[in-house]
Design a protein around this ligand. Sequence first.
Ligand code: SF4
Length: 325
Amino acid sequence: MPESSPRDPYPRRPPYRAAGGGQRPRSAARPAPRPRADAGEQLGFGGMPEKLFVCTPSKLGAYTDCPRRYRFTYVDRPRPAKGPPWAHTSLGASVHLALRAWYDVPPGRRAPEAMAALLKAGWVTEGYRDAAQERAAYRMALGWLEGYAAGLDPAQDPVGVERTVATTTATLSVQGRADRIDERAGPDGPELVVVDYKTGRTGLDADDARGSTALALYAVAARRTLRRPCTRVELHHLPTGTVAAHTHTDESLARHVRRAEETAADIVAAERAVGGGTDPDEAFPATPGTLCRWCDYRRHCPAGAATPGGEPWEAVERVLREQPA
Ligand code: SF4
């Protein structure tokens, strides 16, 4: 999930994107989007089976959050310029990089004290209000990481770290990078567990783990790629050191797959409609709400512009204020 998501303003992956630029206001003269030429997204010809819809869990999530945002990200070419980088995106990316690097350290040197160097090496500086806020965020993140590392078994290597897993369903070809995949003892032998790191300010509970289609797709893809059972998904919330977990059944995983296929069908229908002459704004409607505050494309979106935009450093400032003294 490389893109920042307004649903959780703390992304799972480094942003690695340029700030600002090309601030072209959206207007009625905007050219209709051209669907990309990704082979997996082409529509089938008459009488021929349609190709699988190629996607990541975050791509499907973008459409679920807001079809207009999906269009800006995945359909319009050239893609509208994003707004300036978010400090919370940088913070989340930095923490993820440190956790990934942790497993590159030899087991004998995996101690909480190692986190300072790992965090510093991958620190992403963009979006902070000033150097003082950035330093405070670094100290906060280091506290999270050292606390988290204290609970890890240094001798235990996961099956995968930032591991790409993939699967196909009746209509989808899904792939994505899981933060971590563990192997743990289950009632019938070793089982895989999908671990997703979270750094957002709100705590998470089992309903979040149960309801996440992205996590369920990772579980299905991990099963397929690594050829071992996988039913358990976990959200590891660094700020609170809590774990929200859910153990799926085959039925609940199948429900999530169906949901993902329905979302993909909606996307394909919208792209077809645009190809058939429907106004892109109509095919990909805006669904304004609280997410707009953190949307990268707010300035291109009249519907979202009604929501005041957040300052790039605002979410981090709130987290810093809520930290225990
Ligand atoms: S600003 Fe809001 S309505 Fe507009 S694309 Fe972004 S999330 Fe959707």
